[in-house]
Design a binder for this molecule. Structure first.
Ligand code: SF4
Length: 499
């Protein structure tokens, strides 16, 4: 049985794509492995949004050049956004790559892997069973859009879900691609135009996941609130879809969705969130900037006043809603005054957290051709740190207000925060974007679990690892900028102000 190593970079959409690809290849007899050194087929599912993620892939591919000389049967594949963005130019830099497959063409991957394996086995000399499936620009033509929709649907429908999977959290795609063309972003070029899945297929997938043990399902789309499906004169909007899933799968405790686009978020969708108790009151709705001139250069299609209006409207419907955002600092021509308006919107919206990035020009985007990257790196770093501090103070205030409350937590596993601190008392890095170093004050003698509230707040508490995947009540006893600390509530009498 050939061994398959698949490594994923980037967003949740890539994580889901990898899961679907793995499911298909497993069905064809490939055995997944975590050890790339012993694998017969190595595939990298790539991301082009950040330069750092691309550098890692280039480095991995460089390592494989020598190995391929000694192992002629080895099959090397690059899939995802970097494959689509680089195109066949990638072969000039790395001629030992066998497979190149864009994210909109993944339904073709199993056949490509099979063909490459057969070709490479036909000789003892290093061979390259070159297989290419890229979307190019062709799929934006209306005649090919339906074909793209149908082919991609086959990939999502192929997902093997069995009752023994015991997967407590799962992603379900409802929309692929993006029509927004923000000037700094490659996604519309790599993932293609927005295509929406039939609601019946989405509901069936959620149903199967819940039957196999899922307690939390996150619906995925680049601009998820744009979901819209029309068939035989029947229209399904995003709000309709939320109501339909909520009603059709009553034993799903938590339904989430990401990522929302600030414009076009309807009152009906907010009403659905308010009216359906099992839909988590959490929105990830990137502002990207606080200044109208920069938002225009970014081609975001809204003003900061419209963004504020949306935040106000969401809070009118649900005063307890938790909202997260993204920001890019140091966009070309950004002045100090314009940057300050990013601080203003964070203070106004009091985000749960923000993912903050320094602008870097990405090949294949409009911005790299149209604007000089003229904000010095030192200034970008200062602005980045300043925005982190502003958001950090809001986070600390929001979290302190949680002390004494009881929250429902989905247990994700052992806390890395505490296990890392056990190795070093200097504090811990909490991940990408906004999260920064902070010290923690927990005893590490007991197993510390980590879970998330319905509002996506991270909670660390003591417990047994066997609780992973369960929903528990935890009373919050302490709080830091990015993390709440608590104690499991074992009996109803201990419940305090549950939220
Ligand atoms: S909305 Fe803008 S940033 Fe988001 S995926 Fe589409 S083009 Fe990229």
């Amino acid at each position: 049985m050939p061994k398959l190593y698949l490594e994923t970079f980037g967003c949740q959409m890539n994580v889901l794509d990898s899961e679907l690809v793995l499911s298909q290849l497993r069905g064809q007899g490939y055995e997944p492995t975590d050890d790339r050194h012993s694998a017969d087929v190595i595939i990298y599912n790539t991301c082009s949004v950040r330069e750092h993620a691309e550098q890692k892939v280039w480095s991995r591919l460089g390592e494989l050049r020598e190995r391929k000389k000694n192992e002629p049967h080895l099959v090397v594949g690059v899939i995802g956004c970097m494959a689509e963005r680089e195109g066949t130019d990638i072969f000039r830099r790395h001629p030992h790559i066998d497979i190149l497959c864009g994210p909109a063409e993944l339904d073709k991957l199993p056949a490509m892997v099979h063909n490459a394996c057969v070709t490479n086995r036909q000789s003892d000399q290093p061979r390259v069973g070159r297989q290419v499936a890229l979307m190019g620009q062709s799929v934006r033509r209306s005649s090919t859009l339906q074909v793209a929709r149908d082919e991609l649907e086959m990939l999502d429908l192929s997902r093997a879900i069995s009752p023994g999977d015991q997967m407590s959290q799962a992603y379900v795609r409802i929309t692929r691609g993006c029509n927004k063309f923000c000037t700094y972003c490659v996604v519309p070029y790599t993932r293609g135009p927005e295509v929406h899945r039939p609601p019946g297929n989405i509901i069936e997938e959620v149903r199967k996941l819940v039957d196999s043990g899922a307690k939390e399902v996150t619906l995925l789309g680049q601009t998820i609130n744009h979901y819209f499906f029309e068939q035989n004169g029947r229209r399904t909007t995003f709000a309709d879809l939320l109501y339909q899933i909520h009603e059709a799968v009553p034993d799903l405790p938590r339904l989430r969705f990401v990522t929302s686009f600030p414009r076009d978020f309807t009152d009906e969708a907010l009403q659905a969130m308010r009216d359906c108790p099992r839909i988590c009151r959490y929105l990830h709705v990137p502002a990207q900037h606080g200044n109208n001139r920069i938002l225009k250069l970014m081609n975001r299609g809204y003003t900061i006043e419209q963004y504020r209006e949306f935040i106000d409207r969401a809070r009118d419907y649900m005063p307890d809603i938790s909202i997260a955002s993204d920001f890019i600092v140091g966009f070309p021509t950004e002045t100090d005054e314009e940057f300050e308006q990013c601080c203003d919107i964070i203070r106004y919206a009091r985000f749960k957290n923000s993912f903050i990035f320094k602008y870097s020009p990405r090949p294949g985007t409009v911005a790299i051709d149209r604007f000089d990257d003229d904000v010095p790196e030192t200034v970008k770093r200062e602005r980045n740190n300043r925005l982190l501090d502003v958001q950090g103070e809001i986070c600390a205030q929001n979290n302190r207000a949680m002390i004494g409350k009881t929250v429902e937590v989905m247990v994700e596993g052992e806390s890395k925060l505490v296990s890392r601190r056990a190795k070093s008392n200097t504090g811990v890095e909490l991940g990408a974007g906004f999260q920064r170093k902070q010290s923690v004050s927990l005893s590490t003698n007991q197993t510390q679990l980590v879970g998330r509230t319905r509002g996506d707040q991270v909670v660390v508490f003591e417990g047994d690892l066997s609780l992973k995947g369960q929903l528990l009540d935890v009373v919050i006893t302490d709080a830091q900028q990015m993390t709440l600390f608590g104690k499991r509530v074992e009996s109803p009498a201990e419940l305090v102000g549950a939220s």
